[in-house]
Write a protein that binds this ligand. Structure first.
Ligand SMILES: NC(=O)C1=CN([C@@H]2O[C@H](COP(=O)(O)OP(=O)(O)OC[C@H]3O[C@@H](n4cnc5c(N)ncnc54)[C@H](OP(=O)(O)O)[C@@H]3O)[C@@H](O)[C@H]2O)C=CC1
Ligand SMILES: O=C(O)C1=N[C@H](C(=O)O)C[C@H](O)C1
Length: 257
């Protein structure tokens, strides 16, 4: 049998998309539809019956909905034995523990949850974590389109936690800052001791800068998503991998190695 014949005997992955009419969901539907090794079998949005995905035989569900519905969606997928790729934000440690608990009862099911599916964004977070130990100051500035519901972004929150963990490991104390916050919020939000500033403006898609400072120098690590197609290679990578990774995979890092 030739390689081509062998390839054509591999069954396409049957994919359902939740939040299919949203900005990301619609882009995911186009990407899955265009992928030769995937079949788009269900497009579910607000008001649609979730069971459409199970009835259509989805093996993997991709969720880009909202933080207030994603947990119910995930619990349903795991109960149905359907693996899930999740880009929706709002995952606290408590939520992640809950997902791990559901997965323990369904050992064959895989879930990938990633705060950002952009390959450049994943690298930006890795570089930031690597730089963190060498700089006494660090602040994160995330910039998004004004229809975004949450702030700070999932990416900024995740970056802050990575940076904070690297600083703690290197024995760095709090960042130096003598400023009195005379107007509430002027110095941004604080996540694990790292200041995070959220900007919302028409024309933006998804952007982040991590600004490091030490004596006589600064380092800025910046990533820009100008178009939601930037997230698609990461989403498709996760769809291809998730069924062979039972349990919870956090972030794309493990899939890129
Ligand atoms: N991880 C990553 O790489 C990325 C993550 N995101 C995150 O993805 C999420 C979605 O973003 P975005 O696409 O911009 O948001 P949108 O608001 O454009 O899309 C969300 C969609 O989900 C629908 N929805 C709401 N409730 C349900 C439900 N119960 N079942 C099915 N669908 C439902 C909404 O319908 P309706 O409008 O009628 O409420 C809407 O169509 C956000 O949390 C965002 O932060 C975004 C980009 C990249
Ligand atoms: O809502 C968005 O648009 C995005 N959400 C994710 C986040 O909150 O980090 C990923 C990316 O920044 C785009």
């Amino acid at each position: 049998m030739t390689d081509e014949q062998e390839k054509s005997t591999v069954e396409p992955i049957r994919v359902g998309v939740l939040g299919a009419r949203g900005r990301m969901g619609a882009e995911v539907c186009r990407a899955v539809d265009a992928a030769a090794d995937m079949d788009l079998v269900a497009m579910v949005d607000q008001g649609d019956w979730l069971f459409n995905a199970a009835d259509a035989g989805a093996e993997v569900v991709v969720d880009f909905t909202t933080p207030d519905v994603v947990m119910d969606n995930l619990q349903w997928c795991i109960d149905q034995g359907i693996s899930a790729v999740v880009g929706t934000t709002g995952f606290t440690e408590q939520r992640l523990d809950q997902v791990r608990g559901w997965l323990e009862r369904k050992p064959g099911v895989g879930v990938v949850i990633a705060p950002n599916f952009g390959i450049g964004a994943v690298l930006m977070m890795q570089f930031a974590a690597r730089a963190a130990r060498h700089f006494e100051s660090v602040e994160i500035i995330e910039q998004h389109h004004p229809r975004k519901l949450d702030a700070p972004s999932g990416t900024a929150t995740h970056t802050a936690r990575l940076v904070a963990a690297a600083r703690a490991e290197a024995g760095l104390g709090p960042t130096p800052d003598a400023t009195k916050d005379e107007v509430a919020g002027a110095r941004g939000a604080e996540i694990d001791g790292v200041r995070v500033h959220a900007v919302r403006a028409t024309g933006l898609v998804a952007h982040q800068e991590v600004l490091f400072g030490t004596l006589g120098e600064t380092l800025t690590i910046r990533h820009d998503s100008y178009d939601r197609v930037s997230f698609m290679p990461g989403v498709l990578l996760a769809v291809r991998a998730v069924r062979t990774r039972p349990g919870l995979t956090l972030g794309l890092d493990a899939l890129l190695d």
